[in-house]
Design a protein. Structure first.
Length: 140
């Protein structure tokens, strides 16, 4: 098989944050992230809560779309929607974080990714994947 040229994808990550009290908070610190198409990327999410067993959710919102539920994590288990099971994974870490990992990155993964702490605390990142021309370089 022929080797395809390298394609670079640029991620633009925007942060949104809501708080309902001083003890509950969700945050995504990284603003900009770059990766190659086909690579693996991890989107951070940290949280603070007074809940002893928090549940965290990830949502994906495509351009002009509504947020789509992807998965949730609580204690050592969780659930994922079928379309996200193969390439999208999250782990609830002991360090109060629940990073989302996307494997085999595709241009169609361009979206805003929201990290949500049950019941209403959330933050989101916009992920924009920009393909290169077939020669492997971006042209202006």
């Amino acid at each position: 098989p022929a080797v395809s040229p390298l394609k670079c994808n640029t991620f633009v990550l925007l942060k949104f944050e809501l708080r309902c009290n001083s003890q509950d908070k969700v945050d995504q610190h990284t603003r900009i992230q770059s990766a190659f198409e086909g690579a693996t990327v991890t989107i951070d999410c940290t949280y603070q809560t007074a809940f002893t067993n928090p549940t965290l959710f990830w949502y994906q919102q495509k351009v002009s779309g509504i947020p789509k539920y992807m998965l949730n994590k609580f204690s050592k288990s969780g659930n994922s929607e079928e379309e996200f099971k193969k390439r999208f994974h999250a782990n609830l870490m002991s360090s109060n974080s629940v990073p989302l990992t996307i494997k085999n990155l595709r241009v169609s993964d361009s979206a805003v990714y929201y990290c949500v702490l049950k019941p209403t605390f959330f933050t989101g990142k916009r992920v924009s994947v920009v393909p290169l021309n077939t020669d492997g370089f971006k042209h202006e």
